[in-house]
Design a protein. Structure first.
Length: 688
């Protein structure tokens, strides 16, 4: 991984530039926050959930994806976390829209889109909970000013400042299966700005993914090793402008519990953002992302006595770059307005060895392309007494270019496949409108929205295998388009208690799904041979997925005690015809009807304890609704005991009762589980 020398130079030059300008300006007081422009007042019309820094950093797992599940209804494609799941299964979605590993929710960090440029999944080991100030989740699509891709909602992560992070915090935990988790964050005020540095290292021998009753001689524990680092500098440039520079990198090594299934991910990000907070608010942002990925795949016989390689995805280089410019003119009269433009371009390819014979590959595949979106947006809010109105929209132009698939024999001979797919382009108009009305301690909300998502390069061009099952790509996929509406109520009967309820209706037209077309054995287009134990699938645009649901959230806090709870009900159904007609009326794969989360916490100074309960209802493994993953209830706990002002002991327990959380079921009925009971003990040093 290489970081741009220009970006690194700008990062180091920020304080020097500020010093030069300081000599030419009056010494006005400067408040440097490190944040972007504030969310518009009109967001009061939408279903918004916030997760605090303490909660993000204090979960039993220490994983960001676990903390985000405090907002019930938020789900990944699989129930496993980033220590044991395949990275390509970690897309994020909300509101029962289903998924195929690509994210249907827009994830941002300091304004920068975070989905993998090639596949749309999320590299969770890249995010260090200790460096974050909090998370803000907006359920529902069409978030015009945040960017395209927010079909199911928007998740905004924000980096912390020295006031939030403290000067130095170092933590070390040792856990079950020889697991180690080291983390640290340091922050320093420097003249007109500040610098933060955060790092994390985690490793473990892992657990055997296949449940005990289905295991065979080939099954073994699946180890992991992950590391991430993030450097951030923020400096004032004059009385009301600041420069924010970010550099980060991560590496992730996992194993899937049988031979030939090692996974490697790595990446580096750089971004620069200028924010003006004068009478005219404005922001200018530019970013660069590089990603590398590799994964092995294997087949296992029914007795699980023999494992053989089936595919070596030895390189998936991908790049994402983009920019954003917005202004907030001073309108007055209770009106706020944001106008702007953004763009993002992604490119990448997959390089694979496949068609194994006698344990050796016989063919090579290279597939990939590029896509880009450029859009303009406007978002207006008006506050008039108890009434808040919101109206926003955007117009996007998209293109998909350079799509190609080449397959060659490793032995001398002619090219087997040399396909070049037509370039495509189009326009998308989307937006949202909402209103909130305050009646004492009650706020009534209503909103409607339209959103869209471009297919990822992975969905368009890359076939893949999961066990004995095989799925072909589809270069002709259309964008997904969502129309939705919601009504809700926020009730605050007393300062310490907040209750929220939202009912919604969403219709996702052209939903991309992996559609079962046949069962092996046989040779199938775009994928090759599938055994009798496997199914042949192809990515297709379904007619629609319709989701109706209810979301309930509550929080109570009094002194040292706090209680937070969240529940989501999603009734989702597929509308399908043609080759996918057999799916009509079924539920989308990997979509639970019921999800719930509740956390009880106590905190006094640096001492604290929490208990978190989560429930995920039954859900179907496959699009045919023939295999059911059982519902799962888990209980986690965490506690901190300070021994001195700066030093504290920590203890954590994940899945205390060792519940079987089913993460997958293969064609032969072999069950894969998520994390078993895991106990941690360690210490943390804090210097304020």
């Amino acid at each position: 991984m290489r970081i741009s020398g220009l970006a690194a130079g700008l990062l180091l030059a920020g304080p020097a530039l500020a010093q030069e300008q300081d000599q030419e300006q009056d010494r006005a007081e400067i408040v440097v926050t490190g944040r972007g422009l504030a969310a518009p007042p009109g967001d009061a019309a939408y279903d918004v959930v916030t997760i605090s820094r303490d909660r993000i950093a204090g979960t039993a797992s220490g994983r960001l994806e676990d903390a985000l599940r405090d907002a019930a209804g938020l789900a990944q494609f699989r129930r496993s976390d980033s220590r044991s799941a395949h990275p390509t299964s970690q897309g994020i979605t909300l509101r029962g829209l289903g998924g195929n590993a690509s994210s249907r929710a827009l994830l941002l960090l300091d304004g920068v889109p975070q989905a993998d440029p090639f596949g749309g999944w999320v590299a969770f080991p890249a995010y260090l909970p200790v460096r974050l100030a909090g998370a803000r989740i907006v359920r529902g699509g069409g978030s015009g000013y945040a960017g395209p891709g927010a079909l199911a909602g928007t998740i905004e992560l924000e980096s912390g400042s020295p006031a939030q992070l403290g000067h130095l915090s170092l933590g070390a935990l040792y856990g079950s299966r020889d697991s180690l988790d080291l983390s640290g964050v340091g922050a320093a005020d420097l003249g007109r700005g500040f610098v933060t540095l955060a790092g994390q290292y985690a490793r473990g021998d892992g657990f055997t993914p296949i449940v005990a009753g289905d295991r065979g001689p080939v099954d073994r524990p699946a180890p992991y090793e992950q590391a991430a680092i993030a450097l951030r500098a923020v400096t004032g440039l004059g009385a009301d402008t600041e420069l924010q520079a970010n550099l980060s990198a991560f590496t992730d090594r996992r194993d899937r519990g049988v031979d030939f299934t090692r996974v490697r991910s790595e990446g580096a990000d750089a971004s620069l953002r200028l924010v003006g907070r004068g009478a005219w608010g404005w922001s200018a942002l530019a970013w660069l992302q590089t990603r590398g990925f590799a994964s092995g795949f294997a087949s296992v016989n029914d007795a699980r006595t023999i494992v053989a390689p089936t595919l070596d995805q030895y390189a998936v280089p991908a790049t994402g770059l983009g920019g954003r410019l917005e202004i907030a003119p001073p309108i007055g009269g209770g009106m706020t307005l944001r106008l702007g433009s953004d763009l993002r371009r992604v490119s990448g390819r997959t390089e694979e060895l496949f068609a194994y014979a006698g344990g050796l590959p016989t063919r090579r595949r290279v597939a990939g392309g590029a896509s880009a979106t450029i859009g303009v947006f406007a978002d207006a809010s008006r506050e008039s007494g108890p009434l808040t109105l919101s109206l926003g929209g955007r117009l996007d132009h998209w293109d998909i270019t350079g799509g190609a698939l080449a397959e060659t024999s490793l032995a001398p001979g002619p090219v087997l496949t040399d396909s070049h797919f037509p370039d495509r382009r189009g326009w998308e108009a989307t937006g949202r409108a909402g209103a909130a009305y305050r009646l004492g301690g009650v706020t009534l909300r209503a909103a409607a929205y339209r959103g869209w998502r471009l297919p990822t390069l992975n969905e368009l061009y890359r076939p893949f295998r999961a066990g004995a099952d095989a799925t072909a790509a589809n270069a002709a996929l259309d964008p997904e388009r969502l129309t939705g509406a919601e009504i809700g109520m926020d009730w605050r009967p007393m300062p310490s208690l907040t209750l929220r309820a939202t009912g919604y209706w969403n219709r996702l037209r052209g939903a991309i799904a992996n559609v079962t077309l046949a069962q092996g054995p046989g040779n199938f287009p775009g994928i090759g041979f599938v055994s009798a134990a496997g199914f042949y699938r192809r990515r297709q645009n379904l007619d629609a997925v319709t989701a109706r649901g209810i979301e309930l959230d509550g929080r109570w806090a009094a002194g040292a005690l706090s209680v937070a709870a969240s529940y989501a009900f999603a009734d989702s159904r597929v509308s399908a015809s043609g080759v996918a007609a057999s799916l009509d009326g079924l539920r989308p794969a990997q979509t639970a009807r019921h999800q719930a989360s509740a956390a009880l916490g106590w905190a006094r100074g640096d001492a604290g304890a929490s208990l978190t309960a989560r429930y995920a209802g039954p859900q179907f493994e496959d699009d045919q609704n023939s295999r059911t993953l059982k519902g799962a209830f888990t209980l986690d706990a965490a506690a901190a005991l300070p021994l001195t002002r700066s030093f504290a002991l920590e203890a954590r327990a994940e899945n205390i009762f060792d519940a079987e959380v089913q993460a997958g079921i293969s064609g032969p009925g072999v069950i894969e589980r998520a994390l078993p009971r895991t106990l941690w003990l360690g210490a943390r040093l804090k210097l304020r």
